[in-house]
Design a protein around this ligand. Structure first.
Ligand SMILES: [Zn+2]
Length: 478
């Protein structure tokens, strides 16, 4: 194994300029999925990928997903699916990425033009989509090309699924994956997604869990229209007063969720799981730096990471219909809608969570003995995901990280959601690995998004090395 990889790595280094040019071309296509006007650019980006893949000898299909829900004048951009290699003796690995990007405007505060890849003296490559997710997507293509140029046999059959609506809720993708799981993706042995980040900037990680999210609204109404407090204050029961009292009963200052029964749904912490936290490269200063303050709840690393990854949290997001502008308007809002969400973890079933939330909110409201009306409802729910980090897909990736970076990867989870992860797991029944390329400072979704040249080039090596190890790793389910 090692001899082939040395040749591959040398080839990647030799082609680094070419790979950066490929990224420059991709970043130059402003494939912003949230912006209707940019839809032709999103389609053009999918076409760019398809052309590059065909030039590398892959079989490519651009599958239409129909009209965009609620925007029937717009076609969804096609999913680009591709196959490289069809050797029955080799394993088949399915990889996913997305070719659309978040919006980006100079006015937002970018220091460089967001769609011109700009490399600074520290090797930071600034540009929208550089790290999320064009760099990683091109990583797979670059890996194929470097194998070809070095004359090294590609170790697996590679199935690729690249979508163009990820930053807009992956419209249409779930149905597509479910339909293709037994067709185009049928022979996949394992799945790999490169669309998340290292926990810090120096140590690579493999990610084996994500929290889910259940998002609720509490609507409280009473008066037929907004009222003036000088006229009606003291004479009418006020929806805003009720809402504040209900919302304040959901969570306390230390993040403790006050809904009875919710913590009973959480999987107990085992010693084995606990042992994964000690070595993780993370300090409280990392937290304070990203918070921009020292207002953390816990003083230690383990508890902080567990609170982010493996325990639920409840956040209050806002109140629709409330007076929120500067100044001192004396309005009594007639109807207010409070928004909050719960980040869910194993083994919380979303429907069980809903039931506890409804019962509790209705109970608290009833205890106020208000004449107003309260309606609590779910806006959307996405389930958590957790995989075994001892599965052969993960152990293979761990060896690839050690080979490329010279360290054992941290095994991490994330506090947020990547819903497609669970979709792939459920649809294919195969293990899904999250193998990030970029680091925590990449500012995906933010201004001045970047990917470090080092992470890109070593990342191309990593993706290729992973394919070599996963081709040979004994198939233990872990
Ligand atoms: Zn992404």
């Amino acid at each position: 194994m090692a001899p082939q990889l040395d040749g591959y790595f040398k080839q990647v280094d030799g082609m680094s300029g070419h790979f950066i040019e490929r990224l420059r071309k991709a970043v130059a296509i402003p494939s912003v999925s949230a912006d209707d006007e940019r839809r032709p650019d999103v389609v053009r980006m999918g076409q760019f990928l398809a052309d590059e893949l065909r030039a590398l000898g892959a079989e490519v299909e651009q599958r239409p997903l129909g009209k965009q829900p609620h925007k029937e004048h717009l076609d969804l951009p096609p999913v680009v699916i591709a196959r490289y290699g069809n050797d029955k003796k080799k394993r088949t690995i399915l990889v996913y990425g997305h070719y659309d990007v978040q919006p980006a405007l100079m006015e937002d505060g970018w220091a460089t033009k967001p769609f011109d890849l700009t490399v600074d003296e520290k090797g930071r490559m600034f540009g929208r989509g550089s790290t999320d997710d064009k760099g990683p997507v091109l990583g797979w293509l670059n890996s194929i090309e470097a194998h070809q140029k070095a004359g090294i046999d590609f170790p697996v059959n590679l199935l690729m699924c690249f979508e163009g609506m990820e930053e807009y809720g992956s419209e249409g993708l779930d149905d597509f994956i479910n339909a293709e799981a037994k067709n185009y993706f049928a022979d996949a042995d394992a799945v790999c997604i490169s669309d998340n980040y290292w926990l810090g900037t120096e140590k690579p990680c493999l990610t084996y869990g994500l929290r889910g999210c259940s998002y609720y609204s509490i609507e409280i109404s009473g008066p037929g229209q907004d009222l003036h407090s000088g006229v009606f204050g003291g004479t009418a029961q006020e929806p805003m007063t009720d809402l504040v009292r209900v919302m304040s009963s959901l969570v306390d200052t230390d993040g403790k969720i006050l809904i009875p029964g919710l913590s009973d749904l959480v999987a107990p912490l085992t010693d084995e799981e606990k042992s994964l936290y000690g070595d993780i490269s993370f300090t409280m200063d990392n937290l304070y730096e990203s918070l921009g303050s020292k207002t953390g709840i816990y003083d230690d690393k383990e508890r902080t990471l567990m609170a982010r990854w493996r325990y639920p949290s409840l956040s209050l997001h806002g109140v629709e219909g409330a007076f929120s502008a500067p100044g001192a308007k004396t309005v009594i809002p007639a109807k207010v809608i409070g928004k909050f969400s719960i980040r869910t973890v194993p083994n919380m079933e979303p429907t069980d969570v809903d039931e506890l939330v409804y019962k509790y909110v209705e109970g608290v409201f009833a205890s106020l003995k208000s004449k107003n009306t309260c309606k609590v409802s779910l806006q959307h729910a996405g389930k958590w995901w957790v995989a075994s980090p001892r599965h052969w897909n993960f152990t293979a990736a761990g060896k690839a990280v050690e080979k490329v970076w010279g360290v054992k990867p941290d095994l991490t989870r994330e506090g947020g959601s990547i819903p497609v992860t669970l979709t792939f797991e459920q649809a294919t029944g195969k293990n899904v690995l999250l193998l990030p390329m970029g680091s925590s400072t990449d500012a995906a979704h933010s201004i001045n998004e970047k990917l470090d040249k080092r992470n890109y080039i070593e990342g191309i090596k990593l993706l290729g090395a992973y394919l070599h190890y996963v081709a040979e790793e004994p198939m233990k389910e872990g």
